[in-house]
Design a protein around this ligand. Structure first.
Ligand SMILES: Nc1nc2c(ncn2[C@@H]2O[C@H](COP(=O)(O)OP(=O)(O)OP(=O)(O)O)[C@@H](O)[C@H]2O)c(=O)[nH]1
Ligand SMILES: [Mg+2]
Length: 262
């Protein structure tokens, strides 16, 4: 599969490895819709021996009962919280377990677009770092002082240089960890729909009329008038809009993986 692996990601991994000795705690932000797929697994060997918190963000887009089961599962090994950073009242609960009477440095780490910089800004109560509705916004590591006893290290989202597993690829696409516009998105959106047809067949029916996924996509695009010269369907616009609507709750809250499958 074609991956999206911009050069700043490799640089960020090197920076994290070299700065890890300065931090006493790690907040790992994952996407609540696919909390296993969005764990930064290739970096985890470097996090051993550190106090850790897993935070399942974007819970507003995931199915509540599934998220709660994920939290139960992760909690067996590690402190775990979930929520929707933008709406959370108790955001300090994420960092309070790391506090001590001396200064602490906390690494905020995770895949692209999961909400790391949003978390840093919310805790800082102002825009200390750029955020954006696509992956790859944060380009380099940045220390942000929260108060006289805590500094956070905001880091660029990290991802894999190679992905050969179609299901993982689809989940990362559906969480917008992969920048769809930077890859062959026709293939990616088909992988996404293929996964959804297995786990949420009722969602596929909502897309449009037809007895196959391809026909349903065509009917969806035609209905919206995504047509180019000669009355031909604008397939690029159709697929990108469909991807955007699915991943931004237009088809309801969707969890892409279940804790019982792991
Ligand atoms: N629905 C929803 N969107 C969120 C939430 N938290 C953050 N976002 C959005 O997710 C997008 C990515 O947020 P960022 O904070 O830039 O993500 P990041 O992890 O820093 O991304 P990179 O810098 O690319 O690694 C933005 O559009 C945020 O507004 C949440 O709890 N729910
Ligand atoms: Mg960021």
């Amino acid at each position: 599969m074609e991956v999206w692996y911009p050069s700043h990601v490799e640089k960020a991994k090197r920076a994290i490895k070299s700065l890890i000795k300065l931090v006493s705690g790690i907040v790992e932000v994952v996407d609540a819709r696919a909390p296993m797929a969005t764990r930064p697994l290739d970096m985890e060997p470097y996090f051993k021996d550190k106090k850790r918190m897993i935070f399942l963000n974007k819970a507003d887009l995931a199915e509540d009962d599934v998220t709660k089961r994920w939290v139960e599962k992760f909690s067996k090994d590690c402190q775990t919280l979930y929520g929707s950073i933008k709406e959370m009242q108790n955001i300090h609960d994420i960092f309070d377990p790391f506090r001590s009477d001396h200064e602490v440095n906390i690494l905020v780490v995770g895949m692209p677009n999961v909400g790391k910089s949003t978390l840093v800004n919310m805790i800082k109560k102002r825009r200390a770092t750029l955020i954006g509705d696509k992956p790859g916004i944060t380009r380099s590591v940045q220390w942000i002082r929260i108060d006289d006893r805590m500094k956070l290290l905001d880091t660029p989202g990290i991802t894999y240089p190679r992905i050969s597993n179609e299901t993982l690829y689809a989940k990362l696409g559906l969480c917008n960890v992969i920048d769809v516009e930077q890859v062959d998105f026709e293939a990616l959106v088909y992988y996404e729909l293929d996964l959804l047809s297995k786990i949420k067949p009722e969602l596929i029916e909502k897309i449009g009329e037809g007895d196959s996924i391809v026909k349903r996509i065509e009917s969806y695009g035609m209905q919206r008038g995504f047509i180019i010269k000669g009355g031909v369907l604008d397939i690029n616009r159709t697929l990108l809009t469909l991807h955007r609507e699915i991943t931004h709750e237009k088809f309801g809250k969707i969890s892409y993986e279940m804790p019982e499958d792991f």
